[in-house]
Design a protein around this ligand. Structure first.
Ligand code: FAD
Ligand code: DHB
Length: 393
């Protein structure tokens, strides 16, 4: 089948779905293609922290109802080291800004529903997507669905297909410059039926490695442990996970880490990655398709949403008056925020993880940095303003 749309979007993750929704609000039609099933993308467990600016954007776009009811507002986080907790008070340090804990898959569910309710096209199980005609003014996306070959002629393509997608590799050799760093560890993440052990997130630096307590609801805890990057999850029976979490999250007297049945586990590697520019001709890369941050700063999903907000505004200016100034500035505008988040995520990762190649000196240096960040208002303010995020242009 042959189709035409203004913006062809590859990927129904946060970037692709928010882009399609924001374009709809601007009166610009789009089609979203997703290789997986709706059930799969709605149950994929990933991020959990939304910056203040992300929450404001989703509310203003009319997709924040359930997030406002079920999301958990947090006014700070705890940094734990030497078995002691130290609170970073976001409200106090940033003039009232906060974060909201709301599972990425819940947001994805809300966005899919909003697109379908508005008559939007989200084509699931669209396999073998490929990009063509990037040198022309009508680039095409070809894909297979229900055994049929399809082609969409587009004015523009939104490359929102994550790190392993097809859009970025479709750019001719030599155009994009890659900046990257790999870390010698990953995170083992679990969801457990247990009440969170504290009201706020706990980021712990321990000699045995990093640990993080987060949550999804008053009865579901989300916990992470630093582990080798290619760790076999079979090496981690539930008892071993709890034993390690108890050691690494041990705190002041009075702190008790609640345990409960584990119903989801997975291991994720860690990298920092940026591609420049985030555009080739009429194709714009957004979210994980263009950049990856290590998860310690909780920035990935927020960056993806900031990118597509900038892109939707640029496309709106183009369709309203033929003005392509903002489209031409898209990459530079996004990259400034991306590199800020890259630095913050690298810094949080370096301060909180155990690096095997490091010695006693480096551990002492980390403790000195944590002591500084938790005792100097200037240093704490820097962490807080980065964590809650900067306003989106
Ligand atoms: P994705 O969510 O990867 O979506 C891309 C979509 O494209 C997918 O649905 C994929 O199936 C689809 N696709 C891929 N290839 C094709 C193709 N060829 N054809 C059609 N469709 C295709 N970020 C935060 O902000 N805060 C956090 O607290 C946080 N914690 C995290 C914890 C973990 C354990 C992990 C793994 C990530 C975390 N992140 C966090 C990062 C966040 O999950 C990602 O940055 C976010 O998913 C990026 O959204 P995206 O839409 O760009 O990409
Ligand atoms: C969560 C994930 C993160 O990467 C992070 O830094 C904080 C919380 C979470 O999944 O809840």
């Amino acid at each position: 089948m042959k189709m035409h749309t203004r913006v062809g979007i590859v990927g129904a993750g946060p970037a692709g779905l928010v882009l399609s929704h924001l374009l709809h609000l601007e009166g610009i039609e789009s089609i979203v293609l997703e290789s997986h099933t709706r059930e799969y993308v709605e149950s994929r467990v990933r991020a959990g922290v939304l910056e203040q600016g992300t929450v404001d954007l989703l509310n203003a776009a009319g997709v924040g109802d359930r997030m406002r009811r079920e999301g958990l507002g947090h006014g700070g986080i705890e940094l734990r080291f030497n078995r002691r907790g130290h609170r970073i008070d976001f409200r106090d340090l940033t003039g009232g800004r906060t974060i909201t804990v709301y599972g990425q898959q819940e947001l994805v569910k809300d966005l899919i529903q909003a697109r379908l309710d508005a008559g939007g096209q989200v084509l699931f199980e669209a396999s073998d997507a490929s990009i063509h005609g990037l040198e022309t003014t009508t680039p095409q996306i070809r894909f297979c669905k229900d055994g049929e070959q399809n082609e969409i002629d587009c004015d523009f393509i939104g490359g929102c297909d994550g790190f392993h997608g097809v859009c970025r590799p479709s750019v001719p050799e030599g155009v994009l410059k890659v900046y990257e760093r790999n870390y010698p560890f990953g995170w083992l993440g679990i969801l457990a039926s247990a009440a969170p052990s504290s009201d706020e997130l706990i980021y712990a630096n321990h000699e045995r490695g990093f640990a993080l307590q987060s949550m999804r609801s008053p009865s579901i805890t989300r916990l992470y442990l630093q582990c080798p990057p290619d760790e076999d999850i079979a090496q981690w029976p539930d008892e071993r996970i709890w034993e390690e979490l108890q050691l690494r999250l041990a705190g002041d007297e009075g702190f008790h880490l609640n345990e409960g049945p584990i119903f989801q586990k997975g291991v994720t590697g860690m990298r920092s990655y940026v591609v420049e520019p985030m555009q080739y001709r009429r194709m714009f890369l957004a979210g994980d398709a263009a950049h990856i941050v290590p998860p310690t700063g909780a920035k990935g999903m927020n960056l993806a949403i900031a990118d597509v907000r900038i892109l939707s505004k640029a496309l709106a200016a183009y369709y309203a008056a033929g003005d392509d100034t903002k489209l031409n500035q898209y990459s530079a505008t996004c990259l400034r925020r991306v590199w800020r988040a890259q630095h913050f995520s690298w810094w949080m990762t370096s301060m909180l993880h155990h690096f095997e190649a490091d010695g006693e000196f480096d551990y002492r240096r980390q403790l000195a940095e944590l002591d500084y960040v938790t005792s100097s208002r200037a240093a704490a303010t820097s962490l807080a303003e980065n964590y809650v995020g900067f306003p989106i242009e």
